[in-house]
Design a protein around this ligand. Sequence first.
Ligand code: AR6
Length: 192
Amino acid sequence: MKLQISGSSIELVQGDITRQATDAIVNAANASLAGGGGVDGAIHRAGGPAIMRETRAKHPDGCATGQAVITSGGNLPARHVIHAVGPRYGDGRRGEPALLASAYRRSLEVAAENACRSVAFPSLSTGAYGYPIDEAARVALAAVIDFLRQHAAIELVRFVLFDETAYAAFRRAAAELLPDGWGCKWSHPSCR
Ligand code: AR6
């Protein structure tokens, strides 16, 4: 599914973020940038040890929740990895939505500062960190739409959703947030 926001596009696809040839892919990292499971494990496995070496050298103090830092992409098709730290979900009243929105916004700011025009995101915080997928999808899309309305530097944001549940949640959120502006340029029957 493809959405148009000002001069930029948002794509929703189901797939594996490590295979994306965008200028940058975003990692769902932890605050110590220590590596882990989920997307983080997959990115370091596919990208090779150079990413962790650079992370340790450039960001020895880690990265606060809601923030993002950048490294090169090692062996990945993407040139850069942006390591973003989403919040662990508690009860939803501990600032989780603002921290999650910040992780998306900061990732895009860091991408723009590093001349990236296309960025692929996983669904931050919705695996090990337990953020409910429907709420997370709304926060993620709203944050990206807000950013793209104000900045022309990023031409493409692709959400790469690992499973059908996450993909469906993002599609529902897109239909809610942009009731007139969503649609698939390929017109798959399933996208109508
Ligand atoms: N491509 C795209 N999405 C993926 C992939 C992939 N290859 N693999 C998993 N997902 P998670 P978090 C989805 O747990 O919740 C790590 O240990 C997955 O289905 O990766 O932000 C870090 O080191 C889920 O929907 O990230 C942190 O300690 C989404 O990515 C912690 O987990 C996010 O799941 C971060 O937790």
